[in-house]
Each structure stands twice: as structure tokens, then as C-alpha cells.
Design a protein around this ligand. Structure first.
Ligand code: GLV
Ligand code: MN
Ligand code: MN
Length: 422
């Protein structure tokens, strides 16, 4: 791939018959299962995620869509009339990567629903007046390289490509190395005004990750806001040593400080109603049972509607972390990995979705999405589909087949309304 020529994937259109969201998700149900954690582990550019991308390319091709991979690894599948100009397009899509041990729906539901929405529109005999496209974004979860929504951030100039190239996965491989192995040319990742300029509006369908629709007894909602959120890495540096020969009073054990920091994180969040703060990953270095760690990395996730409150929570945690480290004669460093302010989806687009789906309630979300990153550059909106467990980022995440079909139908109505009939 070069800076100007994206990879194209051309195949003949066989045309799917009677595809359903549940049927499509069934086709990928065995890809990336995690036998140890349960659920799915589909890190970006892993064998599992690459297999899912191939599955999407094949599904899009079966529908006669023109599929390309851009220089940031975003897949685009175009439904447009021959010779028409790709601008003011109506785009829908989501992601195929997952958190470690995640559910089956976070990401793939939006991708499968987009494919089925195309089928529903074809069954209606629609020829869209505006170009329609389906998109699949890489590394939405940030579970491999630490920065969520990496693909949409690169596209929209929300992350410096030099920094992105040097992000490392847990094995120490850089994004540049891994992206190159996946077929991208890492020299050309970064802002892509041409690709961005083709999009008129973006609508992401996603499994709801809370209980809003359960409580309302409704299958589908329109998104209003995304809670502001960020990630920080806290590194506690101590002294690696022998677990048997080092007396308790002689230790500089960063894990003892880390334990206190985890408690401080919860305490700091509880001072601010609505704040959420989580340490979901702790990595002791070198990580041996009979080894006092030399350092520990704690990955911190903090969220609040008011970005100033998020900053205050992080500042409190930093102060408490310095104190906890000092008690163990350790030192501490805090580094911001990413920050996403609270997003209010485009009011005009949201209003239009409300006209197209008059029965759909409007709900906020505490989860991050590519639609939130893209919102800084163009009008975006979201649809949520009921999750009867209310649980996400867990194998317990679920969507009933009927709700999935209702979601795809709602998405088809929205795409038809936004794209219009030729
Ligand atoms: C992604 O799902 C996030 O909210 O972190
Ligand atoms: Mn998601
Ligand atoms: Mn997620």
C-alpha cells in the first residue's frame, strides 16, 4: 500500500439470501474464543481480528460493495452508483477488535447490523441518492496498544502518528511493526483529510453496555452523549530483589504501593458523584512468584461528564500515589495515554434520527466509541440495542435475536432517511 493507493479487495457479488444479524454473528462465533478467560479475545491485527476482517471483506463483496483498506487500516465498503463521486456519504460501522475476554456483540453487532441493513434496503428496492459506506475501525478498544479508537484518532488527526507508530503491545512489539506485518505501510498512517472528506454523516450501531433499555422496556435507543474519559499509566518504581533473602523491612516493593493506589483510586472517584475510576490492568515487572517486582504499571481509566472533575480525580490519585510510593521508598510517574472530552452528538443529526425512529428513547452512554472521536470532525450519531444482562466487556454481554433484527431494521430506516432515494 502507498500513501495514495489504498488496498482494494474485488470479488464477484453472489448476493446473500435471508441473512440475519444472528446468522452473521453465528458465522464468526468460533473466531477468537478465549479458552482461558472465557468470551473473546480479538486484539487488533491478531490472527482472530485479521480473520474477522477477511470475513467482513467477503460479506461486503457478496453484497457487491467495493471494499478498500485505507492507510490507517480502516476498512470501507462502498455502495454507490458507478461513476458517482464519493462525497457527502452516509457511513455506518463499528469495530471487530475486542477487550480481553470480551463479549460477542461489542463491535461485531454494529458491523453485522450494517451488512443486514444493506440487505433490508436492497429488499426495499432502494437506490441511495447519496453514497452509502460501511466502515470497520481498528483498535477501538485500545486493548493491544493502550490507546482506544486508534484508527479513528489517526484518521482525524487526534493522535500524532509518530506517537502511534511507537506504541507498544504487551509483547513489546510496536504498532508500526505489527501494522506492517498486517500489510499496512506505517510510514503513511495519520490524518487522512481525503478519506474523512468523503463522509457526510456517521451513524454507529452498538450493543448497549448498561441497563437503560432494560429499564425502559425498549429494544433500540438513540445516543445523546458519551461520557468524557481518559487513560493514564501509573508506574511505580522500586527495587527488584529476592523473595527469600530480602527481609520485609529491607524492601522497596512497588506492589505494596500499587495496592494502596488501587484503594486510593476508588476513594478519589467516590468524592465526585457520577465519577468512575478503574484500575483494570496491573503489570508487575518482571513478574515472578519469587521475585520482588522492580516496577509496576497500573493502567487507570477515569470518566466523568465534566472534564474538570476528571482532571481533579486524576490529580487526587496522583497525589495519593506519590504518598503511597514514598511510604515504600519507591517513586511514581503518571503519564496520560489518551483523553476524550464528553461528546454531545450532533443535535441536527440526532433530531433527524428522532424523526426517523419516533419510538426510540434517547440515552447517554458511559462507554467510548469511534463515533465519539469522529464527532470532532463531522456529524455523528449512535443507535443502541438492548443488552438483557446490562453487562459488557464480559462474556455475559448479550443481545436477543429479535432485538438484533430490530436494531438492523432501525439502522436501515436511518440510512434510507439520511441517504434518500435516487
Ligand atoms: C470502550 O468500550 C470503552 O468505553 O472503553
Ligand atoms: Mn465497542
Ligand atoms: Mn468496548
Amino acid at each position: 500500500m502507498s500513501a495514495t493507493t489504498s488496498a482494494r479487495h474485488r470479488t464477484t457479488a453472489a448476493g446473500p439470501e435471508g441473512a440475519s444479524v444472528a446468522g452473521l454473528l453465528g458465522e464468526i462465533a468460533d473466531i477468537g474464543r478465549d479458552g482461558a478467560r472465557g468470551g473473546y479475545s480479538r486484539p487488533v491485527f491478531s490472527t482472530a481480528e485479521l480473520d474477522l476482517r477477511q470475513w467482513f471483506i467477503a460479506q461486503a463483496a457478496r453484497r457487491g460493495l467495493d471494499v478498500e483498506t485505507d492507510r490507517n487500516g480502516i476498512l470501507w465498503a462502498w455502495w454507490d452508483r458507478p461513476g458517482s463521486v464519493r462525497q457527502d456519504a452516509v457511513v455506518t460501522g463499528s469495530h471487530l477488535d475486542s477487550v480481553p475476554g470480551g463479549g460477542a456483540f461489542d463491535g461485531p453487532l454494529g458491523v453485522a447490523s450494517a451488512l443486514v441493513a444493506v440487505d433490508r434496503l436492497r429488499e426495499r428496492g432502494l437506490t441511495p441518492a447519496k453514497p452509502l459506506a460501511l466502515a470497520v475501525f481498528p483498535e477501538e478498544e485500545g486493548s493491544r496498544f493502550g490507546v482506544a479508537c486508534l484508527g479513528s484518532r489517526l484518521l482525524t488527526d487526534a493522535i500524532d502518528p509518530d506517537r502511534a507508530r511507537t506504541l507498544r503491545d504487551p509483547h513489546g512489539d510496536t504498532f508500526a511493526e505489527v501494522a506492517a506485518r498486517a500489510g499496512l505501510d506505517p510510514r503513511f498512517i495519520g490524518p487522512d483529510p481525503e478519506a474523512l472528506g468523503r463522509i457526510g454523516s456517521f451513524v454507529e450501531l452498538h450493543v448497549e453496555q448498561g441497563r437503560g433499555l432494560i429499564d425502559l422496556g425498549r429494544p433500540v435507543a438513540i445516543g445523546s452523549t458519551i461520557l468524557g474519559h481518559g487513560r493514564w499509566r501509573i508506574s511505580v518504581i522500586g527495587q527488584g530483589n529476592h523473595a527469600g533473602t530480602t527481609l520485609m523491612e529491607d524492601r522497596h516493593d512497588p506492589l505494596i504501593a500499587a495496592a494502596a493506589i488501587v484503594q486510593a483510586v476508588r476513594h478519589a472517584a467516590l468524592q465526585h458523584p457520577g465519577a468512575r475510576a478503574t484500575v483494570g490492568r496491573i503489570v508487575p515487572v518482571p513478574g515472578g512468584t519469587n521475585v520482588i517486582a522492580s516496577s509496576v504499571n497500573l493502567w487507570l481509566d477515569v470518566r466523568h461528564a465534566d472534564d474538570a472533575v476528571t482532571a481533579a480525580v486524576v490529580e487526587r490519585i496522583h497525589a495519593d500515589a506519590r504518598q503511597a510510593a514514598a511510604v515504600e521508598a519507591c517513586s511514581v510517574e503518571l503519564r496520560e495515554e489518551s483523553l476524550s472530552p464528553t461528546v454531545h452528538f450532533d443535535p441536527a443529526l440526532r433530531h433527524r434520527l428522532g424523526e426517523l425512529l419516533p419510538d426510540a428513547p434517547v440515552l447517554p452512554t458511559g462507554a467510548g466509541h469511534d463515533a465519539g472521536v469522529l464527532a470532532a470532525a463531522l456529524p455523528t450519531a449512535m443507535l443502541f440495542v438492548r443488552n438483557p444482562t446490562g453487562v459488557s466487556h464480559s462474556p455475559e454481554e448479550h443481545v436477543e435475536d429479535d432485538d438484533a433484527e430490530a436494531g438492523a431494521l432501525a439502522l436501515a430506516d436511518v440510512l434510507e432517511g439520511l441517504a434518500g432515494r435516487a
